[in-house]
Design a protein around this ligand. Structure first.
Ligand code: PLP
Length: 460
């Protein structure tokens, strides 16, 4: 059975049948899929096409990942050429595209880093936790520095450890209990400051909370702190500018590694190549995925500062090498595609474009504040959130049915928007993370569709 972009209701129906009888989908309830599905058969720029011919403006770039936009045929050529040349060999050896990609990443970071390749954002963070622990064993023999400090409402992946690192109780509930190696602190979610304070008079209470936690746990038990520079999952929480530098200072003070999760923030999304580059910090460990290849092929990486790399360097007899392997790590075809993807990001100045078009979109979204249900509009680059509340003064979140109705209204009007996953309580933010090639007129369409949704949907 083959589907082209030409609408064909009979073939579409057959695919839906085949899928419902054979596929187990993530997150979405199958019962819902029985009545409403999108069968994606093609995509171009920021638009995806259903087999029935319906076009949707994808304001989420898939899952926050198709940074260069859909339909870049040249990447098919790169993949085909590399498949013919060398499809695969384990990364205990070397290959041409992976070496080139690591060099490219090192250059984007200003030098001083080595890259360990994996296949997904979860694996990139998971490898980061393990590298931090192993580093501490090398550097502090006889000590046991194993804990990771992370933030409530964060998301770092779907494996047991990354889920444990995440701070969304509802996402974790089905899989408890966890190891307890992850300690959580309050996030810099300023619209709902966990301390009930306002910036800047808060004195960065969230950073003081982090220091109290480090001291309470005992710095000698902590390997690293993991931070997504701009928290996406909670509904895009942009921290005060001094937050990340202050966290870095604490890490240096207590000999703790700073692990930054750039899985969504990276590769131009926030208006710079990496989110942490807004804040002039030098992380020890950086998890990258998604935009590294704009999801044209699965590839991800854990990038480590040379001071960490040096700890893994020594005589064979010292047994300092990285203590894990991923079969597909450094996959030559995915690496070749990622290199060309980054070349496109650079040649088309897509990070700068994200800053520019993102500011335009943010401005348009601020106009939605005329709806009483819009409590907050925020973002950086093309990573944005519109938080919906029942009452602006009380900031009571709208319920799950209301936010679902807004998302569905937009979808039924041809625009795919996302929503926060901050658990049942804070799942009340519409999220936007479109391809970095989105045009201003497409941004206007997102704003206009949300405007109609907010006027139409019962939000009370
Ligand atoms: C911030 C962050 N980290 C890690 C991940 C996990 O990435 P993956 O789904 O590729 O495993 C995600 C996924 O959305 C993410 O948003």
């Amino acid at each position: 059975m083959s589907l082209t972009n030409a609408p064909d209701p009979a073939i579409r129906q057959a695919v839906v049948q085949q899928d419902l009888e054979n596929v187990l989908h993530p997150i979405i309830q199958h019962k819902a899929l029985e009545s409403r599905q999108i069968v994606v058969t093609g995509a171009e720029g920021s638009t995806i096409y259903d087999a029935d011919g319906t076009a949707y403006l994808d304001a989420m770039a898939g899952l926050w990942c198709v940074n260069i936009g859909y339909g870049r045929a040249e990447l098919a050529g790169v993949a085909a050429e590399q498949l013919r040349q060398l499809a695969y060999f384990p990364h205990t050896s070397m290959n041409v595209p992976a070496a080139a990609l690591a060099e490219k990443i090192n250059g984007l970071l200003g030098g001083g880093y080595h890259t360990y390749f994996v296949n997904s954002g979860s694996e990139a963070n998971e490898a980061g936790f393990k590298i931090a622990r192993q580093y501490m064993k090398h550097e502090h023999p006889g000590h046991y520095r194993f804990k990771t400090v992370s933030r409530y409402f964060s998301y770092h992946g779907t494996t047991l450890a990354t889920l444990d690192a995440g701070g969304m109780g509802e996402r974790k509930a089905k899989f408890e209990p966890f190891s307890g190696d992850f300690v959580h602190v309050a996030p810099p979610y300023c619209y709902r400051c966990p301390f009930g304070l306002d910036y800047p008079s808060c004195g960065m209470a969230c950073v003081r909370n982090l220091e109290t936690t480090i001291l309470g746990e005992g710095p000698e038990t902590i390997a690293e702190v993991v931070i997504e520079p701009i928290m996406s999952g909670v509904g895009v929480a942009v921290p005060p500018d001094e937050y990340l530098p202050e966290v870095e200072k604490l890490c240096r003070k207590y000999g703790i590694l700073l692990h930054v999760d750039e899985v969504i923030n990276g590769f131009g999304r926030t208006g710079k190549m990496f989110g942490h580059q807004h804040y002039d910090v030098a992380p020890d460990i950086i998890a990258i995925a998604k935009g590294i290849s704009s999801a044209y092929l699965p590839i991800a990486a854990t990038v480590v500062k040379n001071s960490v790399f040096d700890s893994f360097y020594g005589e064979v007899s010292e047994n300092r090498q990285v203590g894990q392997v991923n079969t597909y790590g450094g996959h030559p075809v995915a690496a070749a595609v990622a290199v060309r993807n980054i070349e496109i990001l650079e040649a088309e100045n897509l990070a700068e474009r994200a800053a520019d078009v993102g500011a335009y979109l943010l401005d348009g979204l601020r106009g939605l504040m005329e709806h009483q249900a819009v409590g907050d509009v925020r973002g950086k680059g093309l990573l944005l959130g519109i938080e919906l509340v029942k009452d602006r003064a009380a900031k009571e979140p709208v319920g799950p049915d209301a936010i679902t109705a807004v998302v569905n209204f937009c979808r039924d009007n041809g625009v795919l928007v996302g929503r926060s996953t901050g658990g049942r309580r804070y799942g009340n933010t519409i999220t936007l993370s479109p391809p970095l090639v989105i045009t201003r007129s497409e941004c206007d369409r997102i704003v206009e569709t949300l405007d109609r949704a907010l006027s139409t949907v019962e939000l009370g």
